[in-house]
Design a protein around this ligand. Structure first.
Ligand SMILES: *Cc1c(COP(=O)(O)O)cnc(C)c1O
Length: 355
């Protein structure tokens, strides 16, 4: 779509919260990006409008059959004061992969990138500057056809909203306690585990609630067939340092292809570490913990970047990893990624896009 982006500016601007008061996902900027899709027209009418509610018919397909996909990425204010998106192209590729799985019409990647650059550019004053803060970017596509039949909708809405977010670790990185989940599974082969779609999140709420009630921060899911192979942690990918090897489950269609996962693997390969993207049974993790070869474990995801795992509980056994403290590789990865995001080091991999 090469159409010009129509811009309607907000008449009044909202007050911006102080960096120290920022949480996650509660405050939104003054504008949002929108574009429509109709079968006969393709994507059309790209526009930036004042942030505000959408008006939708109660019969709108997304409300009933959850035909929707989303992304989550961030813009950072570097130490040089400039604003950069972190790996936006990778997120757009994934948005399109998720869309394909959910029978949603794909977007022209150049156009989607332009939507992010234009909107974040217009809202650049909203990008906070304190250490650890960022502007969270949430592109979403929903089926908008008012129709209750079960088939792919003929109309869609793409929108992008922005939310300034606080530091994930205001008091330093805190290792999390994780419950290995046997009662529920997240995905099965042939299902939608690799798509970033709202239904996966709805399905994860009950397991997370039960884990919280039992005193855990997150859930580690096992494969849907045998409940044996490690898949991912809540909304993060998982990595283990076992002896001299770093192991992470492969992208076999049941887990999300995390951009942070890819960034971490790229860095560790550059550092000359032995990386295996392979299936890893929970039994292997437990055995490694017992014999002392499980050195570190961490989750990867846009929100926290790297989240150290301090404890795993499986079948009543509690396994403490690295004494419940952050491991060196965990710390090194976190630092290396964050340094690129805030332009503390040159971006030699083309990961950032200045807006
Ligand atoms: C978004 C997401 C991730 C992390 O992906 P990033 O691109 O690293 O943010 C991992 N698992 C699930 C289920 C997700 O939805």
């Amino acid at each position: 779509m090469s159409e010009a982006i129509r811009i309607t500016r907000a008449a009044t601007k909202k007050p911006k919260p102080k960096d120290s008061e920022l949480g996650f996902g509660t405050v939104f900027t003054d504008h949002m990006f929108l574009a429509d899709f109709q079968e006969e027209k393709g994507w059309y009418d790209p526009r930036i409008e004042p942030y505000g509610p959408l008006t939708l018919d109660p019969a709108t397909a997304v409300f009933h059959y959850a035909q929707a996909v989303f992304e989550g990425l961030k813009a950072f204010r570097g130490v040089d004061g400039r604003v950069r998106l972190f790996r936006p192209q990778k997120h757009i590729e994934r948005l399109n992969r998720s869309a394909r799985r959910m029978c949603i019409s794909e977007m022209d990647p150049d156009f989607a990138l332009r939507s992010l650059v234009e909107l974040v550019g217009l809202e650049r004053d909203w990008v906070p500057s304190s250490v650890g803060t960022s502007l969270y970017v949430r592109p979403t596509i929903i089926a908008t056809e008012p129709f209750l039949g079960v088939r792919p909708a003929k109309s869609y809405l793409y929108f992008v909203i922005l939310s300034p977010v606080g530091a994930y670790y205001p008091e330093g990185m805190n290792p999390v306690k994780i419950l290995v989940m046997e009662k529920y599974v997240r995905a099965v082969e042939g299902g939608v585990g690799a798509a970033k779609t709202g239904g996966n999140y709805a399905a994860s709420l009950l397991p997370a609630e039960e884990a919280h009630a039992a005193g855990f921060t997150q859930v580690l899911y096992l494969d849907g067939l045998h409940r044996r192979d490690v898949e991912e942690v809540g909304t993060m990918n998982i990595m283990f340092r076992l002896g001299d090897e770093v192991v992470t489950p492969p992208l076999g269609g049941t887990i999300l292809a995390g951009v942070t996962r890819d960034s971490a693997l790229t860095l560790m390969r550059e550092w000359g570490l032995a990386i295996s993207e392979r299936q890893i049974g929970i039994d292997e993790v437990i055995a490694a913990a017992r014999d002392g070869s499980l050195r570190e474990a961490w989750g990867t995801g846009t929100a926290a970047v790297i989240s150290p795992v301090g404890e795993l509980a499986y079948r009543g056994e509690r396994i403490v990893i690295h004494g419940g403290r952050i491991g060196e590789l965990t710390q090194r990865l976190y630092q290396a990624i964050v340094d690129v995001q805030y332009a503390r080091v040159p971006d030699t991999r083309g990961w950032t896009l200045e807006v």
